[in-house]
Design a protein around this ligand. Structure first.
Ligand code: SAM
Length: 283
């Protein structure tokens, strides 16, 4: 059966364009177009929507996004070998796919695409967390994106949705959940990819909240959380010494015990601590 876009199956595309996967670029491709269409449906109805895709590779997920109705897809790909294959996808969907060759860490999508934008990506593992932190910490909130649908290694996905009390809970969970609704939308075994990676993967879906869960300055919150989890096994009074001044008084003001450890503190506690830090008279 031919695909909805009339293009050849992805195995043929890869063979034809010599796209042997490169480990250095985190290349583990999705070749099942039913699966890529399923991922493209996670953000909801894409009809006419603008989508940013990072790392389209041979174009499996890109084809899913277009066949699900995306109005415009901006795809940023670092590997120039993939460009001819992506040009064929663009030709099958005239005017709807723009491919930019380059590093997603260095390209501003807003120069090419207007908000609201759904971000959908099977991320290269080596830059996935860095990109996520940037998407979660823009200068203004709500952000330019209206949802993030991102593939991660299972362990990273579990850190994003983690609740207090376990090893997975930390900076990523707090950054993500403070300002977004997050859920694991799909779990995938290594065999879903070519070549199969060593670990399982999961797609996490993020929707930005209009307002953060609890008031706090984003920069102060991020600083306090990074410090607390940098020495996660220590009690808060020791882990937060770097804040300077009377740390125990700050903790008391935030309603936290000096003997607690970071992984026991809910987001409300870190937000209260960030407010207490921000309210300190500057010396
Ligand atoms: N989207 C394709 C799929 O699902 O089959 C490929 C996913 S593969 C895990 C990651 C892709 O990201 C590769 O095509 C790789 O070349 C590309 N990539 C790696 N680093 C990148 C970067 N910094 N900027 C843009 N693309 C990058």
């Amino acid at each position: 059966m031919s695909a909805i876009d009339g293009l050849p199956p992805l195995r043929e595309v890869i063979a034809q364009h010599g796209l042997a996967a490169k480990k250095s670029l985190g290349q583990n491709f999705l070749l099942d177009l039913n699966l890529t269409a399923r991922i493209a449906r996670i953000p909801g109805d894409l009809s006419g929507a603008s989508v940013l895709e990072v790392g389209p590779g041979p174009g499996g997920l890109t084809r899913g996004l277009l066949s699900e109705g995306a109005g415009k897809v901006l795809a940023i790909e670092k590997d120039a070998r993939c460009l001819p294959a992506l040009a064929e996808v663009a030709a099958a969907w005239p005017g709807r796919l723009q491919v930019i060759e380059g590093d997603a860490l260095e390209i501003d999508p807003l120069e090419h695409l207007g908000p609201p934008i759904h971000v959908v990506a099977n991320l290269p593992y080596n830059v996935g967390t860095e990109l996520l932190v940037r998407w979660l910490t823009p200068a203004v909130w709500p952000p330019y994106w209206s949802s993030l649908t991102l593939m991660f290694q299972k362990e990273v996905a579990e850190r994003i949705v983690a609740q207090p009390g376990g090893k997975a809970y930390g900076r990523l969970a707090i950054l993500a959940q403070w300002r977004c609704d997050v859920r694991i939308a799909l779990r995938l075994p290594p065999e879903a990819f070519t070549p199969p990676p060593k670990v399982s993967s999961a797609v996490v879906h993020f929707r930005p909240r209009d307002e953060p869960l609890y008031p706090a300055d984003a920069g102060v919150l991020s600083h306090v959380v990074a410090m607390a989890f940098n020495q996660r096994r220590k009690m808060l009074r020791a882990a937060l010494k770097g804040l300077g001044g009377d740390v125990e008084a700050l903790l008391a003001e935030a309603g936290l015990l000096p003997t607690e450890r970071a992984e026991q503190v809910p987001i409300s506690g870190f937000a209260a601590l960030a407010r207490a830090v921000a309210a300190r008279p500057s010396s």
